[in-house]
Design a protein around this ligand. Structure first.
Ligand SMILES: NC(=O)c1ccc[n+]([C@@H]2O[C@H](COP(=O)([O-])OP(=O)(O)OC[C@H]3O[C@@H](n4cnc5c(N)ncnc54)[C@H](O)[C@@H]3O)[C@@H](O)[C@H]2O)c1
Ligand SMILES: [Zn+2]
Length: 339
């Protein structure tokens, strides 16, 4: 499919939140390469998105905000809930209110595939279905694949499009969806344009090292680096879309011209090439010469089984398509610096 010609974009003055983060750092580079004037904001460098006075200093003259700052990851447990709401939901609300004060009419929001919850599935009898949360009884006896919510039969994973109903399964996911909804409220009230980029599993150079908040690719990479085997949860058959961080950064540049006034529109940002978590662990282990991944059968209640994206809307409407494939990207990532 040919991507449509994009409207050309002059030099835009942009406030980039989360600029010191993993993805934000790459977005800053790609925005600068595209000729835009970028001001960064990050808690690591002393600026908080929840600080209205600070935003009032930074926003005059800004034409677009690219909002990457967030508390990320699945977290430890319910005690993290207030922090997710504070940084992600309240922080976005403070930012949007400040954008309204300064007539900033364009927002690109880092959203996430986590808003979908469990992916789409096809039942042989009932067609496209969205299973509910898996039971601990099933998970404890190693039954990891969800079943048809209507007939309980096994279902096959299918790609998910942006119009699938959201079903956030943990506090992080709930606040990423809240960010999209707040952006929609802001857009309607102010006539602004918001584009929500639903990143899938982002990986690449400068990914943060192993913490309870890290992505699975960084956890495996950190293990391998210290000579430990990557520990793969469930049976390793969980399907994900691993998308390279430089592609994600390019999607942000493409998003500066997308969307329509007074709306928020969501786009999957994905490679279109799904792989299992087990395959990802094996690829990294092979590239580094071991140790080989271990499949543990452990599980986390907040995890979903398969989530695989349809990337076509971003191609058709933003002219964005990921160009770094799984084999090439993982080969680089196996030896890339972590943060
Ligand atoms: N990494 C992924 O796979 C992935 C997937 C989907 C969505 N996302 C989204 O992408 C964005 C960037 O994530 P990342 O992976 O680069 O994480 P990251 O933790 O590396 O970057 C987030 C940055 O936000 C900053 N930050 C946190 N709270 C802040 C605050 N109150 N004020 C200002 N800055 C604050 C942090 O200091 C950090 O530098 C997030 O919005 C995240 O939800 C990431
Ligand atoms: Zn069925």
């Amino acid at each position: 499919m040919m991507a449509p010609a994009r409207p050309t974009l002059g030099r835009v003055k942009i406030l980039l939140t989360g600029a010191a983060g993993f993805i934000g750092g790459h977005v800053a580079e790609v925005l600068a390469d595209a000729g835009h004037e970028v001001t960064g904001l990050d808690l690591l460098t002393g600026d908080d998105v929840r600080d209205a006075a600070g935003l009032d200093r930074l926003l005059p003259g800004v034409e677009a905000v690219v909002h990457q700052a967030a508390k990320v990851g699945l977290g430890l447990n319910i005690s993290d809930m207030p922090d997710y709401v504070s940084v992600n939901a309240y922080g976005t609300a403070v930012l949007l209110a400040a954008m309204a004060r300064h007539d900033v009419g364009r927002l690109v929001l880092a959203s996430s595939m986590v808003v979908y919850g469990e992916g789409g599935y096809d039942c042989p009898e009932h067609g496209r279905v969205r299973p509910g949360a898996r039971t601990t009884a099933d998970l404890d006896r190693g039954v990891f694949d969800p079943r048809c919510p209507r007939c309980e039969r096994p279902v096959a994973p299918a790609t998910i499009g942006e119009d699938a109903p959201p079903d956030p399964r943990n506090a992080y996911a709930t606040t990423k969806l809240a960010q999209e909804n707040l952006a929609a409220n802001w857009a309607r009230e102010t006539g602004g344009t918001a584009v929500a980029l639903r990143y899938h599993n982002v990986y690449g150079p400068r990914m943060p090292r192993d913490t309870p908040y890290s992505g699975v690719a960084a956890i495996f990479r950190s293990a391998l680096e210290s000579g430990r085997a990557p520990r793969v949860f469930e049976d390793g058959g969980q399907r994900r879309d691993f998308v390279h961080v430089r592609d994600v950064a390019r999607a942000n540049v493409a998003a500066l011209t997308g969307g329509a006034p007074a709306t928020v529109k969501a786009y999957n940002v994905a490679s279109g090439e799904p792989h299992t978590v087990g395959e990802m662990a094996a690829a990294l282990a092979a590239e580094r010469g071991g140790p080989q991944a271990v499949v543990t059968g452990e599980y986390r209640l907040g995890d979903v089984r398969h989530i695989v994206a349809c990337p076509d809307r971003a191609t058709a409407e933003l002219g964005f398509r990921a160009v770094i494939g799984f084999a090439e990207g993982m080969k680089e990532f196996a030896g890339a610096p972590l943060r």
